[in-house]
Design a protein around this ligand. Structure first.
Ligand SMILES: Cc1ncc(COP(=O)(O)O)c(C=O)c1O
Length: 400
């Protein structure tokens, strides 16, 4: 029988980052050593006290359905944590727990966006936003950012993109893939625009705790009067090295939270009970692993920038946060004899095939000519990966 799919599913593509990870896995399965800078997840283990809380939850038979929006102690803990760490003032009824931050975003867009709605997304953007918007029937509207601004979006650029159809904008600071951090005064101007034009502002804070000095962790929800327009999306994935546990959350107006919970009652039901107890331990326990990870990422950021900038024809903006470098490799792209690939998509493919390095092409993030390199991997692997990239780009040498 022919599989006739909906227009809805045909409007979207599979995540390009997931595709890179899957491709790299094929090589690894053949025993090929891949310098993997494709994957966007901490290479640190989940802290012990969090793992122990999960084991305890299993032993205490906390293995049944929970309330759909999450266990109340976790919702309380998320609100207290967000207040303590980022200065907001949410109550548990203004919170809902989801199956990872990606699911939180999917749910929020699912209840807010429909055909005819426009969603402003600064580029480069996290690969998933435009596809979720399209799946909901909405139209993504991209706003360009500039490398000379560190890819940080400007309120003035956003204002030009606002139309009567604009319903939502998504700000991801620090950003995946560029590491851009929106300075607080600029963010406040963006909020003022949202208020003026009656637009929702989704603040994706998945990397909130990975910011490098002089930047500081910041949530726009902490600004007086912001809560009417702001929807916070957060996750334990990166902050607590818990990507596989799949716990994210939304903080926002009660009516929106109720709608997200309603959608969840008809889809996933509650997030995994055991993972919720682990997240509870994360949110209420020591955070001493966070500065340790941040210090390590800071060292890696310095090293990867040195190595990238030493490659002729490669430029790279210093990321203010997250754990990605986003170099411009366009000097190596084109059809001339000294060019190594026609575009960044082909280059990423060749780097995997010939140089055995996994990276994600900038086209996936709406900005061709770039590559995203995750430095959530050891300095040794970063050095090896960059050696291979340099050999391939400059000396036209392959790994094997
Ligand atoms: C910008 C951004 N938002 C949200 C997420 C979602 O993370 P998770 O679903 O693991 O919570 C990611 C993960 O890579 C991300 O990079």
């Amino acid at each position: 029988m022919q599989v006739k799919l909906t227009d809805r599913i045909n409007r979207i593509a599979a995540s390009p980052t997931a595709a890179v990870v899957a491709e790299a896995e094929k090589y690894k399965a053949k025993g090929i050593d891949i310098a993997d800078m494709g994957v966007g997840e901490p290479d640190f283990p989940t802290p012990d006290h969090i793992k122990r809380a999960a084991i305890r939850a299993i032993e205490e038979n906390k293995t049944k359905y929970t309330s759909t929006p999450g266990i109340m102690p976790l919702r309380e803990a998320i609100c207290s944590w967000h207040k303590r760490e980022l200065g907001s003032s949410y109550e548990p009824k203004e919170s809902v727990v989801n199956v990872g931050g990606k699911h939180s975003i999917f749910n929020v867009i699912g209840v807010l966006i429909q055909a005819g709605d426009e969603v402003i997304i600064p580029a480069p953007y996290w690969v998933t936003y435009p596809d979720i918007v399209k799946y909901s029937g909405g139209t993504p509207v991209h706003v360009a950012t500039l490398p000379e601004d560190g890819f940080s979006v400007k309120a003035a650029a956003i204002e030009k993109a606002i139309t009567p159809k604009t319903k939502l904008m998504i700000i991801n600071s620090p950003s995946n893939p560029s590491g851009a951090v929106v300075p607080t005064p600029e963010y406040e101007k963006i909020l003022a625009l949202c208020k003026k034009h009656n637009i929702w502002l989704m603040s994706d804070e998945c990397y909130s705790h990975f910011v490098y000095a002089p930047h500081k962790s910041f949530s726009i929800s902490s600004v007086a009067g912001a809560k009417d327009n702001v929807i916070v999306v957060g996750s334990v994935s990166k902050t607590f090295a818990m990507t596989g546990w799949r716990i994210g959350y939304v903080l926002g107006p009660e009516a929106l939270i109720q709608a997200v919970s309603k959608l969840q009652t008809q889809s996933t039901s509650n997030p995994t009970s055991i993972a919720q107890y682990a997240a509870l331990a994360a949110m209420t326990g020591t955070m001493d692993t966070v500065p340790v990870m941040l210090a390590e990422y800071a060292k890696r950021r310095k090293r990867i920038l040195e190595l990238l900038r030493a490659i002729p024809g490669v430029t790279c903006v210093e990321p203010g946060g997250a754990f990605y470098a986003y170099p411009n490799v366009s000097a190596h792209l084109g059809t001339g004899p000294s060019h190594r690939a026609k575009d960044d998509i082909e280059l990423a493919k060749l780097l995997l095939e010939k140089a055995h390095v996994a990276v994600v092409p900038g086209a996936a993030f709406g900005t061709p000519g770039y590559l995203r390199l995750s430095y959530a991997t050891s300095i040794e692997r970063i050095e090896e990966g960059l050696r291979r990239i340099e050999r391939f780009l400059v000396r036209a040498e392959s790994a094997s």
